[in-house]
Design a protein around this ligand. Structure first.
Ligand code: MG
Length: 461
């Protein structure tokens, strides 16, 4: 039973009481707030919004509520139905729409759903817009349309194919070259819409596809976050079927992970590293990821003569810094590839197509390619605090203790030591500090985390 309202949208569990879960009433209220915000923001006579969803069981219900609320406000809706987050992002500018909504709770389990909100460029709303929408929702400050002014819903049911066409048009994606490489690839899409999009993309590129959990029915066969501990089935399948590699996506297809030909994780952090390595080899330039992502991207960027910068955690922050720095490619270490040549949003179709082209071009095995990259290991921990503690004060004290080191305070405290790093972030919802470390071995990363936990305990006592 949870409903989380924040500047990045509304997310909650299905069922239960209004205001405590994502019930139909909460859905309508929030969709109406978004519609009212759009009307204020763009001041146009007629507005148009693209709406799509992942394959969650609650998806159709939440989508119908959202679309009917928008037409109630006099806004036209383009219903693209089962789709992916990047597909909706691509559809907004292609349809010259004024906004977009994706109904998905991303990597969260099946009882969750959420409204992800886009602007007229098909990009996530910034914090300022998010705060305005929250305020409108709180005040229920919306006025519905008279009967003659209601909006209309039109259906376009082939947007995933259109999205694939856009991906194949990219200069650095070469379907013919990939087809000649005769690759066999296993795909695990947790029975969501990646099960439509990824096999279709691969087949278009002449790849033989072995499908696992590609039925878009919303019954996730394992925890849908693409982490090693959830991916034993595909790792087995890749080995058993002697596939060249495996592809895993999350339910809304903005996170991408690979499995090598031996059934070992390529490492979600290395999806972006490999895609960047390929893109920068053709078009040198700068890169961006968030502060909690692997240092390997910075190493690869320098190898190609570019420079690397890190943003605060969160896709909007990565995108903003990418724009400011004119980055060639960027994203998030959790398998989020942002390639501005396509659009400014994490897109697993783009990532998969770039990776396939790279493999077809260099003829290497996936494990060989992984072996060429600097090896780093992460440790992800948290320290539980009592609510009375001043978390900001604790972080300040850590910063002070390490004032001689390379420090960033853009988002919590990140300390870059010569051989490793630590990133401390407070949670906005719980009294905890998250402690992420990265080092040249797992043991070193774990030890560094323990050292930081001791340091924080020291500061508190
Ligand atoms: Mg996602």
């Amino acid at each position: 039973m949870t409903l989380i309202k924040s500047i990045s949208g509304i997310r909650g569990t299905i069922g239960g009481n209004t205001g405590e879960n994502l019930t139909p009433i909460d859905t309508v209220k929030f969709a109406a707030a978004y519609g009212a915000w759009l009307k204020n923001e763009y001041k146009k006579e007629k507005l148009k919004v693209v709406v799509g969803r992942d394959a969650r069981i609650s998806g159709k219900m939440i989508q119908e509520l959202t679309m009917n609320t928008l037409i109630g406000l006099g806004i036209d809706v383009i219903d693209i139905g089962l789709s992916t987050t990047p597909t909706v992002e691509v559809a907004v500018p292609l349809e010259s729409a004024d906004g977009g909504i994706i109904l998905t709770a991303s990597h969260n389990p099946k009882q969750w759903n959420a409204l992800k909100l886009l602007n007229n460029k098909g990009e996530f709303l910034d914090g300022e817009a998010g705060a305005k929408i929250l305020k409108i929702a709180e005040a229920e400050d919306f006025e519905f349309s008279q009967v003659d002014k209601l909006g209309k819903i039109s259906v376009i049911d082939d947007y995933i194919e259109r999205h694939i066409e856009e991906v194949l048009k990219l200069k650095l994606v070469d379907g013919e070259k990939v087809a000649k490489a005769n690759l066999r690839v296993a795909v695990d899409a947790v029975n969501s819409t990646g099960g439509i999009a990824i096999p279709a993309l691969l087949k278009k590129m002449g790849v033989e596809v072995i499908e696992l959990y590609c039925e878009p029915n919303g019954h996730f066969p394992h925890n849908p976050e693409p982490l090693k501990e959830h991916l034993t089935d595909i790792c087995e399948l890749v080995k058993e079927k002697k596939a060249d590699f495996g592809i895993v996506v999350d339910p809304d297809v903005d996170r991408l992970a690979f499995i090598d030909e031996n059934g070992e994780m390529f490492g979600e952090e290395y999806t972006l590293v490999a895609c960047a390595d390929y893109v920068l080899s053709k078009t040198p330039g700068d890169t961006v990821s968030n502060l909690s992502s692997s240092r390997a991207l910075s190493d690869i960027t320098r190898k190609h003569g570019g420079s690397y910068e890190a943003s605060a955690v969160g896709e909007v922050n990565v995108v903003k810094l990418m724009k400011d720095n004119n980055a060639i490619i960027g994203g998030e270490g959790n398998g989020g590839i942002i390639y501005p040549e396509a659009h400014y949003g994490r897109d697993s179709l783009v990532g998969a197509a770039l990776f396939l082209t790279y493999l077809a071009e260099n003829g290497k095995k996936v494990s060989e390619l992984r072996g060429e990259y600097p090896s780093y290991f992460m440790s992800k921990n948290k320290i539980e605090l009592t609510p009375d503690l001043d978390v900001d004060g604790i972080l300040k004290a850590v910063e002070k203790r390490h004032s001689g080191e390379e420090i960033s305070t853009v988002d919590g405290v990140k300390i870059d030591f010569p051989e490793n790093w630590v990133h401390l972030r407070k949670s906005n919802t719980e009294p905890i500090i998250r402690i992420y470390t990265e080092a040249k071995s797992q043991q070193e990363a774990d030890e560094l985390a323990q050292k930081m936990i001791k340091e924080i305990e020291d500061i508190i006592s």
